[in-house]
Design a protein around this ligand. Sequence first.
Ligand SMILES: Cc1ncc(COP(=O)(O)O)c(C=O)c1O
Length: 392
Amino acid sequence: MSSQDSLQLETLAVRAGQERSQFGEHAEALYLTSSFVFDNAAQAAARFSGAEAGNVYSRFTNPTVTMFQERLAALEGAEDCIATASGMAAILSTVMALLQVGDHVVVSRGTFGSTQQLFSNIMPRFGVEASFVAGTDPAAFRSACKPNTKLVFIETPSNPLTEIYDIAALADVAHAANALLIVDNCFCSPALQRPIEFGADLVVHSATKYLDGQGRVLGGAVCGKRTHTEEVFKFLRTAGPTLSAFNAWVILKGLETLKIRMLAQSANALELARRLEANPAVARVFYPGLTSHPQHELAMRQQVTGGGIVAFEVKGGREEAWRVVDNCKWLSITANLGDTKTTITHPSSTTHGRISAEAREEAGIQESLLRIAVGLEAVDDIEADLSRGLNG
Ligand SMILES: Cc1ncc(COP(=O)(O)O)c(C=O)c1O
């Protein structure tokens, strides 16, 4: 496929990045090999030095991984993409590549628990300090910036409360501080939101989620301008948090159905959110596709749909929330999201259990909160499984 072709996302998801071997295979090939052979010593030297393009060793070059990287870059509208072993490896590799001792980062409180752990417990040991900002107000992010701020890190919609951050406004805030804006695009995927179009410098992914879409493998990716991704590549080549060829192949094929899954799961999520909102046992529903969501308009400006994640507070506390979980007959009690199978999580005791109670409080994650990652099952069945503990 020529880079001159201007193809739509659905077409790119199926076609972009494919490199056929001499055998002319129709589906993308899986190259399970740790290293690659050279014709002679001079070629080996040229490949190692980078003077000649080509594969060397699967810690940093593998054709299946390259196909995945090129396809995801095309979907995100990014110049380049580097694949990593997991979503957290993508965030870690970006931070290790772009920061040094004495730097400062501004991180949204509405980010994944491990992201907050990384910035609050691990990076300070390497001389990188973080300020956490609660809420979505760009002015609060502006106030948190310092002369040594290098990155502003957000996730939108956030996990689990589906808060929406104004990507264009926060890109302006970051750029005014000479910093880069990084967006974790896990909840939407490029099928629903393309942060680079709104001014983000880098997009990170947990490919484990919607990009695979069927809960099979871990993976991650960093997309953006080559000046930044080259640094990520150098870190990956040396330090090794690399995506395996097998996982790349699984996720590459997952991308082919990304849009169709995202639209169907979003439609299910919207219907479930409406029904939960009407349920007397439910105190509050968080879903960007509902007109009651405080940032519904912003969400609809940035996103194609509300996405597949619905969070809601039951009336009561932990006991009532756990009763809903424990009475589910077939909804999967698991922390993963982005699967075709609907999953249910109690965030304050699982995904956000390791952050402090004050940080949870600041982020608005109550004991009564449940997160549903809506899959492709019939919405009547999902509602019925939840109702056993909710209305029983
Ligand atoms: C929003 C978000 N970002 C990053 C991650 C980390 O991804 P991984 O589990 O692939 O390391 C997760 C995992 O749940 C997530 O939900």
